[in-house]
Design a protein around this ligand. Structure first.
Ligand SMILES: Cc1ncc(C[n+]2csc(CCOP(=O)(O)OP(=O)(O)O)c2C)c(N)n1
Length: 355
């Protein structure tokens, strides 16, 4: 039996026209979110090139998901907690993490946030094992609630994560204990090569919340204003004691799953082209032009700033890191095992191993 999908909310149509007036979001906030999206896209394009040049390790591109990531992170209050994934580079940028820190992680050192004061940034290292951050977010938000800390936790994950036990355990616990958690699913239509239709027989991801006794909403994830509004409102509800919410941000991964993936073997060009017409960065720019008289000069200035910012960050990050291949053996275990020691020895002793 097909179950009715909740409607998807949207503020700005794909052509940039405003579908909803009376927005309580200032022009400055939209401009800042546009600037961050341009920075994220510029950085993303550069990161793919750095990987191709052998200068960084495997990278998970975010292209197409800029609005979802920036809109969600920009809606957080400073005191709120944020738990991103390996694809959420733009969330870190919108949270105020310097670009250099993101790059240092990709260069193989650190974990984005290890140089930051955790009480100030309140943003976790990226979760690589799928959905493990979901129960963590529930626990963190409950602990904050017990302590009387006026904050909520936002946990980000993909459509594929909704098939993991951790997702369901976290959702159930949050529903039972009214945890101030906002579950933010970036439904980018693919979990590596598994399409959304094979991930779940449910008509939407949002409706999964109903089974756990709370509300699930759908939002156009390529509409930064709609995402910002939905996340802000959900966080405020959670902090007012009205419980958790699941947000399904409907978006699209325009690039590969990672730089070691070739999506052309499992998806059609027509699909990619169709989603490109709904590009989130273009849409925010069109909105700014239509609603706030955004000029071509202002747009050029943002792009130049982003190019320069990314170029500077690459230089600074590469100067800061001095990694060698045998460094990968550190930090695997608290106490190195004999097998690892032997492997390290072989790498160090074999000069032909590419460094
Ligand atoms: C527990 C676990 N199982 C499998 C993997 C391998 N893996 C990495 S990414 C991925 C797909 C995740 O898809 P989704 O949750 O939709 O997020 P997306 O990558 O699309 O952002 C899988 C299966 C993993 N990292 N962790």
């Amino acid at each position: 039996m097909a179950i009715q999908a909740p409607d998807m909310t949207r503020v700005v149509a794909p052509d940039g026209t405003v579908e909803e007036e009376d927005l309580d979001i200032s022009a400055e906030t939209v401009e800042e979110m546009y600037r961050l999206q341009v920075l994220a896209r510029t950085f993303d394009e550069k990161a793919v090139k750095l990987h191709r040049q052998g200068r960084i390790g495997t990278y998970a591109p975010l292209q197409g998901q800029e609005a979802a990531q920036v809109g969600a992170a920009a809606a957080l209050a400073e005191a709120d907690y944020c738990l991103p994934t390996y694809r959420d580079h733009a969330m870190y940028l919108a949270r105020g993490l310097p670009l250099e820190e993101v790059l240092v992680y990709l260069l193989g050192e650190g974990n984005y946030v290890d140089q930051q004061d955790p009480e100030t940034l309140r943003t976790f290292p990226p979760a690589i094992p799928i959905a493990t951050q979901v129960p963590h977010a529930v626990g963190i938000s409950m602990a904050a609630d017990y302590k009387g800390d006026d904050c909520a936790a936002l946990v980000s994950f993909g459509d594929g994560a909704t098939s993991e036990g951790d997702f369901h355990e976290g959702m159930n616990f949050a529903g039972v204990f009214d945890a101030p958690t906002v579950f933010f699913c970036q439904n980018n239509q693919w979990a590596i090569s598994v399409p959304r239709e094979r991930q779940t027989a449910a008509a939407t991801i949002a409706q999964k919340a109903h089974a756990y006794g709370f509300e699930g909403i759908r939002v156009d994830g390529n509409d930064v204003l709609a995402v910002y509004r939905a996340v802000k409102e959900s966080l405020e509800r959670a902090k007012a004691g009205e419980g958790p919410r699941l947000i399904e941000a409907v978006t699209y991964r325009q690039g590969a799953h990672t730089t070691t993936d070739d999506p052309s073997v499992y998806r059609d060009d027509e699909e990619v082209d169709e989603w490109a017409k709904r590009d989130p960065v273009d849409r925010t720019r069109d909105y700014l032009e239509l609603a706030h008289g955004w000029s071509e000069e202002a747009d050029d200035e943002v792009h130049e700033w982003a190019e320069q910012r990314v170029a500077e960050a690459v230089v600074t990050a590469e100067e800061r890191t001095g990694l060698d291949v045998d460094d990968i053996f550190d930090h695997v275990y608290a106490k190195t095992t004999s097998r690892l020691d032997a492997q390290r020895g072989r790498v160090v002793d074999e000069p032909e191993v590419e460094r």
